[in-house]
Write a protein that binds this ligand. Structure first.
Ligand code: PGA
Length: 254
């Protein structure tokens, strides 16, 4: 049985003070559970203080991105060894905003994933189709290419470090969620794809999160789907009560 995971992607939001206040509230109200893991992804400047605040807590701290090199002349970038040195060993890669605004291609993402694995980092790898793709009936093909293009050179054992997040681009920050049936259909396709390439054991253990306008009001029905193992939460993770309600929904579904 896969344990659910609810991860908050704070994106480029919150002042330092607001970030600390939100963390403090989550720290006091989230109690470790055998039903759900919880993680938050603050901006780079806030990572270290938040790691410190959560030292005696089970909430995991993720980076929102990282570079593929370990060190070097890459102005403005942050690497896995740097993240590790401030206590972070998990990262979100391939978010559609990174693909869209920062031109991260499957090849670039493959390099980033490879570095992450080399450094023993946990990766939440995002995939998702645009509305045009879905309208044209190409959503399955797009997801297949995104997964195969960045992850299919991994060794079997590397999959212990991979979590997938299916986030249809048309559902991110739009208030328009995929229906539980649409999400389940894609999640089960993704699991089959992994099964065909890496076998049933890997396919059955990999967590596949759903992301895109998850809110307290729709989380329960999404998390009730057999292949949805939790959520990657943007907007609703910025409000402690909403995020905690989504965690609660995952606990109840778990
Ligand atoms: P959203 O973002 O919940 O605000 O739609 C999800 C994400 O981008 O991870």
């Amino acid at each position: 049985m896969r344990k659910k995971l609810v991860a908050g992607n704070w994106k480029m939001n919150l002042s330092f003070r607001e970030a600390l206040d939100l963390t403090a509230k989550l720290r006091s109200e989230f109690h470790p559970s055998d039903k759900v893991d919880v993680a938050i992804a603050p901006s780079f400047p806030y990572l270290y203080p938040i790691v410190k605040m959560l030292e005696d807590n089970e909430i995991n701290v993720l980076a929102q991105n990282m570079h593929w090199a370990d060190f070097g002349a890459y102005t403005g970038e942050v690497s896995a060894p740097m993240l590790r040195s401030v206590g972070v060993n998990s990262v979100i890669l391939g978010h559609s905003e990174r693909r869209l605004y920062f031109h991260e291609t499957p090849e670039i993402l493959q390099k980033k994933v490879n570095r992450a694995i080399l450094e023993d980092f946990h990766v939440i790898f995002c995939i998702g189709e645009k509305w045009e793709d879905r309208k044209a009936g190409k959503h399955i093909e797009v997801i297949q290419n995104q997964i195969a293009g960045s992850l299919f050179k991994l060794e079997l054992q590397d999959w212990n470090l991979i979590t997938l997040a299916y986030e249809p681009v048309w559902a991110i920050g739009t208030g328009q969620t995929a229906s539980p049936e649409q999400a389940q259909e894609m999640h089960s396709f993704i699991r089959r794809l992994i099964k065909n390439k890496y076998g049933s054991e890997t396919a059955n253990q990999v967590r596949i999160l759903y992301g895109g306008s998850v809110k307290p009001g729709n989380a329960a029905e999404l998390f009730a789907q057999p292949d949805i193992d939790g959520g990657l939460i943007g907007g609703a993770s910025l409000k402690a009560n909403d995020f905690l309600a989504i965690i609660q929904a995952a606990k109840e579904a778990g």
